[in-house]
Structure formats: C-alpha cells, structure tokens
Design a binder for this molecule. Structure first.
Ligand code: ATP
Ligand code: MG
Length: 444
C-alpha cells in the first residue's frame, strides 16, 4: 500500500540522532538565559487572532500573508502563534507579572507557524528560542539582551556572524521621519510593489523591509532614521553602543533594519550570517516600549529577541560545528532462556532507576542475535544470564572496549554494576590506569 500521506509542506520530522542535538541546543540556550536571570515561560500554541493583529501589526507580512488563522468549532477566530512575543506579553499582563520585582525576564522555546514559501531555513512550522525583558527602559537592558544572543553564538563557536544594530526612535521623532519617508516614496509610488503601495500611507517604514528587488533598491536611497532621532533617543542609542563596546561585542550600525510599528521603539538588532543565503537573519530583536500598553497593560518598557532554531542548526552544520552525540547504551543484558529473560527485565528495571541506559531482549532473539544486536547498538557493557549464572547468583559483566570481564553478584546487581562502570569511566578519564573505587572515594 502506498504511504497514506507525507508531512505537510514546510514542516519536518526530527528523527532520533538529530533530536538529541536539538535538545542540547535548546537547553543550552535556556540555561544560558538563566545565567542572565531569565525564567522559562510556556504559552499556548494558539491565541485569539486579535492578539497578533494588534501586537505583530496588521501592516506586517506576518499578519497580511502568513498567519494560520481559522474559526474554531465555537466560531471564534484563533491563530497558531507566528512568533513568541505576543503570547509572552499577554501572559505578563494577564497574570499580573508586573507586580513582581522589575525587570521581569522571560525565556521560551516555542513552535511558530507562518504560511511562507518553504525553502532551506524558511519553514511553515519552525521553532524559536526567545527572551523578553520587561520593566527596564535603560540602554543597559538592550545591551544585556544583545550580549545574551552573542554569548549563545560564541558558546557554540559560530564564526560567520555579524551583529547589526539600529535605532528607530520613539513615536515623536519617528513622526518627522515617517513624513520624510512618505514624501520620498510618494515620488516613486508607481515603481513600488502592490503591497508597498498600500504601506505608503499606513506605514511607510515597512517599505524599507520589503524583499522585492525594486523596492529594496528604492529603499536603499531613502532618508535615514538616524538623522531624525530626538536627543533622548540619540543618547539612548549612543549608550547602547557604549555598553556593547565595553563588553567587547562588535557591531555595525545598519540604518535599514526596521521594526515598522508604533510600539517598537529605539534599539533594533539582527545577528546575520553569510552562510544561509537569503535566510541570513538568525536572530532578531529590539525594544518595544509601547506594546504592553497597546495590549491593555500598564505602560511597561521591554526588549527581547527571537532566534530561529532551524536556522541556527543549519548554521552549525554549515560551519561543521560538532554537537555531543546521543547518550550511549550503557548495558545490554542478554539471556539464554525465558527464565533468564524475566531476570533480565528485573535487573534492567533496577539499573534504569540508577539512570543507566540498559536494554534487554523483547523480540525473542537467539543469544547469538542478541549479542550481534548489542554490538550494533554500541553497548558499553554486556552481561549474559544463562542457567549457570542464575544458579550461582553471579554473572560476568564484559567491558566491550577491551573485552575485560568482572564477575558480580546478581542480588545487588545495580550497585555492583555502577561500581564497575564508574570505575571504567574514571580510569579512561585518568588515562587508562587501574582504578580502585574505594581509594577514589576516600580521596574525595
Ligand atoms: P525573515 O526576514 O527571514 O523572514 P523575519 O524578520 O520574518 O525573518 P522574525 O519575525 O524576526 O523573522 O523571527 C525571528 C527569527 O525566527 C528569524 O531571525 C529566523 O531565525 C526565524 N524565522 C522567522 N521565520 C522563519 C521561518 N519561516 N522558518 C524558519 N525560521 C524562521
Ligand atoms: Mg519573515
């Protein structure tokens, strides 16, 4: 029978082998964020559509073209989350997190959904690691968030990476800039793409972000926001740069980076790479001082970023950065009879309680086939439970790396096995010297 269906376009399965690598990457990101005081938050996979219309903004590509929006069976419009910030801000307001000591720092790893044209690094279901810092208006907060991003890339040893920053000012100074943009783009209106024609009056800053070649060529000669910043915004931006310099984080100022919405303010930034073609932005973020109020909360300054996990994995691959392999199988317990296999199940269960990875036969393999299978899994140790062993209450545990065998009692098998396996691990660490656990413990 042919396969019933394949995974939907733009989605992917993560198979064993790859999943442990992603888990390592995601937990490293969350743990690095923890060093900066960020605590994990989990929000729903879908929200009321108006949340995204309002927060992401209805002039953005996401809201105009990319959202998975549908009416549920109760007739309510819901949307699969296209990004993580909106849900975090909603939860911050809904649960009164503003009553806690500021700043409130939240981190997450979440799936996100966008109806895009799938290609490498651009999926319909993808994952973001993100952080949001609420209640800190200072340039120090912007710089701290940026330095977290940088620390993550550095931890993995990513090389082909540029940090680009910009300031898009506050609603006051931006007003003058919007006027300047409007008159610049109006003169070239007939050349703009259909979407940008619509943006001209509603939000001309979004034209700067358009990916069509003609629009981006026109945009490259447009007035630059940095020439319009008010004194406070200019000072904020200069201080962010001072903090980055002090932390020895290299950056370039790129005036074409925009977050063209009223509640995004001041600092915006992207970590970009040359290794991923058109999908060059791996991590993007900025300050959004007006968003919490826009969603019905008290005015609360905030900043954060989102980092695409799939793009990050592609980047590691492009740079040949190795990740730790899957945990090995520590022990395979082979058996020669139904009775032996029941004992194997019991011993496996005891030893798994100690956190040891252990397998035994559940598919009725012959002893020979069991040993072949154990070899294929790369089990570090094996033990065979035959009639003699069961009778004697003892069995030989074999260390596969060198074939050495140690006889241990089956009564306290788990404890005895732990002693051998810790011994071998430390001996290897120690350069292969013989290891004596009691003297090791005595020295501790
Ligand atoms: P792009 O300009 O590439 O479309 P974006 O500006 O839409 O990116 P953001 O909304 O800032 O991206 O999302 C933050 C990060 O999430 C991006 O830097 C990227 O790493 C990742 N990302 C965004 N869209 C996708 C997608 N469709 N597939 C995979 N990763 C994505
Ligand atoms: Mg996009």
């Amino acid at each position: 029978m042919p396969i019933l269906t394949k995974a939907p376009r733009g989605t992917g399965d993560v198979l064993p082998g790859e999943s442990s690598k992603i888990r390592f990457v995601e937990s490293t990101m969350l743990e690095t964020a923890e060093c900066f005081g960020f605590k994990e938050i989990r929000t729903p996979g879908f929200e009321h559509t108006e949340l995204f219309n309002r927060s992401v903004g209805d002039t953005t590509d996401i809201v105009q073209k990319e959202m998975y929006t549908f009416n549920d069976k109760g007739g309510r419009s819901v949307t699969l989350k296209p990004e993580g910030t909106a849900g975090a801000v909603r939860a911050f307001i809904e649960h009164g997190l503003f009553n806690e000591q500021m700043p409130v720092k939240l981190s997450y790893v979440t799936p996100a959904y966008r109806y895009e044209k799938p290609q490498s690094g651009r999926l319909r279901e993808f994952h973001q690691f993100g952080v949001e810092c609420f209640g800190a208006a200072t340039p120090a907060a912007d710089a701290e968030v940026i330095s977290l991003g940088k620390q993550i890339f550095d931890f993995f040893g990513v090389k082909d990476l540029r940090l680009e920053i910009n300031s898009i000012g506050c609603p006051e100074c931006r007003k003058k800039y919007q006027d300047a943009l409007k008159s610049y783009f109006s003169e070239k209106e007939d050349k703009l793409c259909g979407t940008c024609k619509g943006r001209l009056n509603r939000n001309p800053m979004r034209i700067l972000d358009c990916k069509s070649p003609i629009c981006s060529e026109i945009a490259s000669h447009a007035p630059v926001i940095l020439d319009y910043l008010c004194d406070e915004c200019r000072e904020h931006f200069e201080l962010v740069q001072k903090y980055l310099n002090a932390m020895e984080i290299e950056f370039t100022v790129n005036p074409s980076i925009v977050r063209g919405l009223d509640y995004y303010t001041r600092t915006v930034f992207e970590f970009v790479t040359g290794s991923l073609g058109a999908q060059s932005a791996v991590c993007a973020g900025g300050r959004y001082d007006g968003l919490t109020e826009e969603l019905g909360g008290n005015p609360t300054p905030a900043c954060g970023f989102a980092l695409g996990i799939e793009r990050f994995m592609l980047l590691l691959q492009a740079e040949n950065i190795e990740l730790p392999p899957e945990n090995p199988i520590d022990l395979y317990i082979a058996s020669m009879s139904p009775e032996g296999n029941i004992l194997a199940a019991k011993l496996a269960s005891d030893i798994r309680n100690e956190g040891v990875t252990c397998l035994f036969d559940t598919v009725n393999r012959s002893l020979k086939a069991q040993m072949k299978f154990a070899g294929k899994t790369g089990a570090l140790f094996t033990v065979v439970l035959g009639d003699d062993e069961i009778k004697a209450g003892k069995a030989k545990v074999k260390y596969m790396a060198d074939g050495s065998e140690t006889e241990i009692g089956l009564d306290d098998f788990a404890e005895n096995f732990m002693q051998i396996s810790i011994g071998k691990a430390v001996a290897e660490f120690d350069g292969g010297n013989d290891f004596d656990l009691s003297s090791f413990l005595g020295n501790m």
